[in-house]
Design a protein around this ligand. Sequence first.
Ligand SMILES: Nc1ncnc2c1ncn2[C@@H]1O[C@H](COP(=O)(O)OP(=O)(O)O)[C@@H](O)[C@H]1O
Ligand SMILES: [Mg+2]
Length: 273
Amino acid sequence: MLEVQDLGIRFGGLHAVKDVTASIPAGQITAIIGPNGAGKSTFFNLISGFYQPTSGRIQFAGEDITRLKTHEVVSRGIARTFQTTTIYRELSVLENAMIGHRVRTRAGLLDALLRTGRERQDVQGSRDGAMAALTRVGLAAQAHLPAGALTQEGQKRVGIAMALSSDPKLLLLDEPAAGMNPEETVNLMALIRELVAGGLTVALVEHKMSLVMGLADQILVLHHGQKIAQGTPAQVSRDPAVIEAYLGSHAHGGQMGQTTPAETTLQKGGAHA
Ligand SMILES: Nc1ncnc2c1ncn2[C@@H]1O[C@H](COP(=O)(O)OP(=O)(O)O)[C@@H](O)[C@H]1O
Ligand SMILES: [Mg+2]
């Protein structure tokens, strides 16, 4: 579904993503893991058009999307959540999802809020799209509550609904389980599985190894911007280069997995897979 070839971006002297060739197959869950600063979020920023690559190509559903702008990428069927999603706590859950819809389609945030001029006629369409997205994440009954009244997990679901409201084929989730407790994490995993069962393709960046190992069909491992492994959870968890990358970053105080040492986390995950 999505193919990247020799993808790279430099920030001054720093190669945040370098020569990455990888694919995200349709109908699967692909996890992107790697120590902090490995280039995971940057990889998503490249795919979603937030950053322009300094080298390489991105193909989606057979089309070259390398130079497209964010809204053009969205219209092709790629949506994303952010590591920290901005939720308007005073607005209703539905209004938040509608803003997601309109920001991701053609109207700006101001238009969405003010509903001026020709934008007015699109409100119903946005409302329908947003409501459908809320139904998919299990928030239909909470649509009229203020978003700030939801639990942490509920607010994460709003963030996912905001992305789903453009009805994407590929959904990119950047650390969806951050800040969640184990029970919420399990619920989130179930939601992601449901979405994929419904035909969505998902790629996610995640630190929680239990989630990654229990959910992903394939894992792409980045380290210093480069791909060091790609394979099933079982393959990746016993890959010497991966173990080395995680141990190395642990030795230097980097964050990996959760609070447990990476080796343990990886082995535990491997046993799960
Ligand atoms: N806009 C930017 N300008 C300069 N450096 C950046 C920018 N975005 C990311 N980086 C750098 O690129 C590297 C990879 O960052 P990031 O993709 O956020 O890592 P990860 O998500 O894997 O933790 C880091 O060294 C980060 O500081
Ligand atoms: Mg990141």
